[in-house]
Write a protein that binds this ligand. Structure first.
Ligand code: NAG
Ligand code: NAG
Ligand code: NAG
Length: 335
């Protein structure tokens, strides 16, 4: 009897899971301390707020070399107790010119804590680009891809499969600045693979592609280090304790805390956090001294190729982070 109930329950759970109609998403990342926060946030929101389902992680060269990025993805999933999520390994180089990696988040990309983790789950054999294409077919119309690293993997998917973008529900890109006197330099994620950015911009349409430029995070999500360390960082969970270690190196480098990656994810999870969208003819300079600088011409929607998340509700975003990160990897789901 007990056994029958158990079997029925198992079948019910399996069927229910297979028929999960929640939106799906993939995070294409170069973890990186801020990528780690984005992934933790996604998993906690999925579990405790019945949020969209993170179906895979794809990796690429960026904050640190791709070998580290893959290892970091494994470690992050272990800490989050979500090693069921597959990792697909992607680009080790940019399409044309690969800038050298920075050690912004430490040499290993996660704050050089030296901690080792047993029992990590290896990445899949399938590569990131073909996985992106396969998932876009499996979840046609339901899948959002969010890039918070270089754009190499997505540019290759667009190039190999011209139908790729059309099958997505949406593509979110965290890269570039709105060029101004305050932000005269190329932004890191855009600069890592300039040609990849250009390929995507060429194929983008404003109903499918949203860009959140780092300049806008700097302006609207310009928090003090004191808040990061003594309010958000003081939450007593395993996830936040790890997150603090991952940002240990980077937090010493800047006077403020302005994190792009968790913000990009948040604007997808909670579109109401966006104050204003603008529509733009968006591209990137490929040649000359302006190489890597993103261009925007604000136009009406019909003439635009991307939607720009231009401003964010600062205090609502701050509260959102606190609301999500009060949960830990093993917190029970409350009803
Ligand atoms: C999934 O669930 C919905 C609503 O419960 C139902 O209408 C649909 O037929 C189910 N799909 C499959 C493939 O079981
Ligand atoms: C993107 O590429 C596909 C395939 O080449 C094409 O059908 C589509 O029109 C392109 N979209 C844009 C906006 O260029
Ligand atoms: C961030 O806040 C600091 C302190 O108020 C200010 O000096 C700086 O200009 C702000 N940065 C941006 C991009 O708004």
């Amino acid at each position: 009897m007990i056994k029958t109930i158990f079997v029925c329950l198992t079948i019910f759970v399996l069927v229910k899971c297979e028929n999960d109609s929640r939106p799906k998403f993939i995070i294409d990342n170069d973890a990186g301390g801020d990528d780690a926060m984005a992934i933790f946030l996604s998993l906690l929101y999925e579990k405790h707020f019945n949020g969209p389902k993170l179906v895979a992680l794809t990796t690429g060269n960026g904050n640190t070399q791709e070998d580290n990025v893959c290892y970091n993805n494994q470690r992050i999933l272990k800490v989050a107790n979500r090693q069921d999520i597959p990792i697909y390994r992607g680009s080790k180089k940019s399409l044309v010119k690969t800038p050298s990696v920075t050690d912004y988040y430490g040499k290993d990309g996660l704050g050089d804590s030296g901690e080792t983790y047993p029992d990590l789950v290896p990445a899949k054999d399938e590569g990131a680009v073909s996985a992106l294409i396969d998932y876009s077919k499996k979840y046609e119309g339901q899948l959002t891809v969010i890039t918070i690293g270089s754009l190499t993997n997505v540019a290759l998917a667009v190039t190999l499969d011209p139908g790729f973008l059309g099958r997505l529900n949406h593509l979110y890109i965290g890269a570039g600045h709105i060029h101004s006197e305050a932000n005269p330099e190329p932004e890191f994620n855009a600069q890592v693979d300039v040609e990849a950015y250009h390929i995507i911009a060429q194929n983008a349409t404003a109903d499918k592609v949203t860009v959140f430029p780092f300049s806008q995070a700097r302006e609207y999500l310009n928090f003090t280090k004191d808040w990061r360390i003594n309010v958000l960082g003081a939450i007593n969970t395993e996830i936040i304790k790890h997150q603090n270690k991952y940002e240990k190196v980077s937090l010493q480098k800047e006077p403020r805390w302005q994190a792009l990656d968790p913000a990009v994810i948040s604007l997808f999870l909670r579109p109401d956090l966006v104050q204003e969208y603008k529509y733009s003819k968006n591209d990137i300079h490929i040649c000359g001294t302006n190489r890597g600088i993103v261009t925007n011409e604000f136009v009406e929607k019909e003439k635009a190729n991307v939607r720009i998340a231009y401003s964010v509700k600062t205090e609502e975003y701050r509260q959102f982070l606190l609301d999500v990160f009060k949960y830990d990897a093993n917190s029970p789901v409350s009803n």
